[in-house]
Design a protein around this ligand. Sequence first.
Ligand SMILES: CC(C)(COP(=O)(O)OP(=O)(O)OC[C@H]1O[C@@H](n2cnc3c(N)ncnc32)[C@H](O)[C@@H]1OP(=O)(O)O)[C@@H](O)C(=O)NCCC(=O)NCCS
Length: 171
Amino acid sequence: MQITLVRPEAAHRQQALAFRQAFFDCGETVINGSELLDQTEDYAQWLDAVTRNTDPETVSPDWVVTDTFFAEDESGRIVGIIDLRHTLNGFLRDFGHCGYSVLPSARRQGYATEMLRQITEIARAAGMPSLQLSVERDNLPSVRTIIKNGGVYERSFAFGGEQADVYRIML
Ligand SMILES: CC(C)(COP(=O)(O)OP(=O)(O)OC[C@H]1O[C@@H](n2cnc3c(N)ncnc32)[C@H](O)[C@@H]1OP(=O)(O)O)[C@@H](O)C(=O)NCCC(=O)NCCS
């Protein structure tokens, strides 16, 4: 199984919107790690925002420098999305550096585990000392993904009436 993390480009528009729609078709309205792709149909505007947010010079004043990647399989199909926030602001203090989602039809094939592994390499290369990740306690697939990548439980917080746990991966 091979996964390539690629930066979003204009050419991804059609595939990205189909990727987004696939979550909705399964009743999932939130796409974790998508930098709000779940909240807009305007791909060009989303692409402009995620591109500007990669650069300290152009990052939105209310956000932090963030890299967003599509995960492509061997055939170039988008099977996942993952973001890497280089620092934490007050809002992100609990939510951490990284979110990710895998296409509902492509789950349980190891994609998320490999996506997170590759993000740890990117974060290490960027000079980040550790990666903080948050997960709702009953989200077993995500907890497993984090632990398989070396995540160690750190603390808990309440989120929407649920218990969420913070893990840290030392880089
Ligand atoms: C969480 C998510 C990204 C996992 O993606 P994935 O590609 O299916 O994960 P992987 O195939 O790499 O599997 C990771 C681990 O979870 C386990 N797993 C995956 N789906 C599972 C399920 N439905 N029930 C139990 N375990 C599951 C896998 O078996 C594997 O653990 P193992 O190797 O110890 O057996 C995916 O379920 C998803 O997109 N969920 C919605 C978004 C989300 O919750 N994102 C994370 C927010 S913190």
